[in-house]
Design a protein around this ligand. Structure first.
Ligand SMILES: [Zn+2]
Length: 310
């Protein structure tokens, strides 16, 4: 059976044709358009352009999704709960279309074909512009009563701490989301600290400080970047320990751009930061970096679409 998985990000849309072996057989990638109508038309065209006809389509969206509807998608303009993208695309393509949170898609992809294989109690942290999360509990994807369960990025690790994009203070995302980390670096630079972060950004011709830009500045020992990343690791460690204490998961997958660039040593640092706060002993290999890279969202979205076919 062939399924299509779609990964909608703030910058790019990735589409892939996925087989029963969870391999991506054919893929396409384009920039994310600004309007929802344009996005529907583009996803439809991209799915049709694939080398085969899928029996169902799964779409990962950065936001809170419930019953195939977007409840909240702060990083995508013009999306509201009234916008029924799944129904529009389903009518257009003539196959069932499922809408799911993107981090949940990423984790399900890692569960069936990547670093989460073999675990039925799995937690996934996705580090990108913000901090997303997904979970598989007792062998099933879990997204809560209202689709809002993966808000790991807004667990408070420091009451009264740094201001988060959500308006609250002390959230994990305020320390470990790339957008907030970049704002911290900018504030420190404005206060007179020296950092090469923005020079690396310019050198690479990027509109924002991407994970690659961060990794480059870190590799040369930039003090400001090192300090901000240390804080991110500390915040993530507290969060991961709390999740382990609450849910007793047996593996934590760390994915997203920053994890891809920094690799397993970064996951090991998060585990080390978590250990002092964990009630149960955390196994050495408990926190692992995602194995499928950019494909995890596409593979997971396709798998969720397959599951919905029943
Ligand atoms: Zn927050």
């Amino acid at each position: 059976m062939l399924l299509a998985g779609v990964d909608v990000g703030g910058t790019n849309i990735g589409v892939g044709l996925v087989g029963d072996d969870h391999q991506v057989h054919h893929r396409a990638k384009e920039d994310t358009p600004t309007s929802v109508d344009a996005l529907v038309a583009q996803v439809s065209r991209m799915v049709r352009s694939l080398d085969g006809t899928p029996e169902a389509v799964g779409i990962g969206i950065p936001g809170i999704i419930h019953d195939d509807r977007v409840v909240q998608a702060p990083n995508l303009e013009g999306w509201t709960a009234e916008t029924d993208v799944a129904a529009q695309l389903s009518a257009d393509l003539g196959v069932p279309v499922s809408l799911v949170n993107d981090a949940q898609c990423g984790l399900v992809g890692e569960w069936v074909a990547g670093a989460g294989q073999g675990s039925d109690f799995l937690f996934g942290v996705w580090l990108g512009t913000g901090v997303g999360a997904g979970m598989v509990l007792d062998g099933k994807g879990y997204d809560g009563a209202n689709g809002g369960s993966g808000e790991f990025g807004h667990l408070v690790v420091r009451p009264g701490g740094a201001r988060c994009g959500c308006g609250r203070r002390g959230c994990i995302e305020a320390y470990a989301g790339r957008r907030m980390m970049t704002e911290s670096a900018r504030a420190l630079a404005a206060a007179g600290r020296k950092t090469s972060l923005f020079e690396h950004q310019e050198e690479r011709g990027k509109a924002k400080a991407t994970s690659g830009v961060w990794a480059a500045a870190l590799a040369e020992g930039d003090r400001v970047v090192t300090e901000i990343l240390d804080e991110a690791v500390a915040a993530l460690g507290i969060g991961v320990a709390n999740v382990c204490n609450l849910l007793d998961v047996d593996r934590v997958v760390v994915g997203g751009g920053m994890a891809g660039k920094l690799g397993q040593p970064f996951a090991d640092r998060i585990a080390a930061a978590a250990r002092p706060h964990a009630v149960r002993k955390m196994a050495d290999s408990m926190v692992v970096v995602a194995g499928l890279g950019d494909d995890s969202g596409v593979v997971g979205a396709a798998e969720i679409a397959r599951g919905r076919l029943g």
